[in-house]
Design a binder for this molecule. Sequence first.
Ligand code: NAD
Ligand code: MN
Length: 370
Amino acid sequence: MNASTFRVLALGGDGIGPEVTDAAVTVLEQAAGASGLRIDLEHDLLGGAAYDQHGVFCTDDTVDKAVRANAVLVGAVGGPKWDQIKIDGGPQDKDGLMRLRQTLNVYAGLRPARGYPALVHATPFREGLAEQADVMVVRELCGGAFFAQPRGIEPVEGGGFRAFDTNLYTTPEIERIARVAFALAQRRRGRVTSIDKANVMESYVLWRQVVENIGHLEYPDVELELLYADNAAYQLMQQPAHFDVILGDNLFGDLFSDLAGTIAGSLGMLPSASLPGLSQPDEAGAAAIYEPVHGSAPDIAGQGIANPIGAILSVAMMFEFSFHQPAIARAIEQAVDRTLQHGVLTPDLGGQATTDQVTEQVLAYLAQAD
Ligand code: NAD
Ligand code: MN
């Protein structure tokens, strides 16, 4: 039995964030306990909850704890109480999660979305189209249009303004994210679809060249498909089961992870991992962030009806990518599948179950898997 101890920092955040984080933590502890892994768990504040206590969205102390952790589990941040607060500086000062992502240099965003036969009715797809779909969007998280300089809004002589952003990528930035996508495809079904607009933008000409080079030289066994992003969006909705790994820059990766999310049936189903690269089983990788894709859902916060599955599947990703325990990840995913098949569904999926009832059912199936 493995006697390793993993340090996990749990940051519930705001709204339903703490509710789904609590649910995910019970799954984390039961799954670890059953496998003889020790979890050293610490809780802290993030987002509005941190602002109310400390006047900033993420304290230096929280950043230090995150750097020392093996994995950070985040709920969600934000809400009407804090969304209008103006703080000077870049995105990392205005948003606690942005600060964590930047400090931990988690450039690889992994956002999987699967079809579930039990949830076809909750998706916009007709039967037979998306149930077999299993997509992994790999999104570059630290560069591109969201961060590159110059950017700004300036008054123009004679009235009005000019506003501009810069889409900028360097060869090393593209290489490192491409390698993550190809390596994941090797573990999956062996296909990478890289999306760009190389037909109209220079930054994507380089993107396409570099991705093609890395694929050709280092991953000849992986099938590489190069699509313009607009066509890729159309194809993803027409034939979602065709896609395996979808590789995009910060902007397209953002759009495509939400688009792929339609396959799963609810925003509440979607997990994510933000990694500082893929670590090897024998190395203690730097801290990674795991969080559901959804936000703080102020409209249902405090009612005990948030879907905890996105947060629970984020814990499965933690076992796979930070703790290198893929068997535990699969056991959690199977417990979720069985819970859905059994019809224990929160209201976002058309059911009447509470957060606790779904979590209890997942824990029960997980216990049977031991
Ligand atoms: P949201 O994801 O919070 O909610 C969108 C809709 O989906 C709502 O109707 C909500 O009830 C529903 N929903 C979301 N998660 C659910 C779950 N687990 N179970 C059931 N239903 C769920 O997006 P929003 O309303 O645009 O944003 C609300 C706040 O969250 C804003 O302050 C926003 O800035 C913030 N936000 C944070 C993150 C993050 O922390 N990563 C992501 C997106 C939005
Ligand atoms: Mn987004």
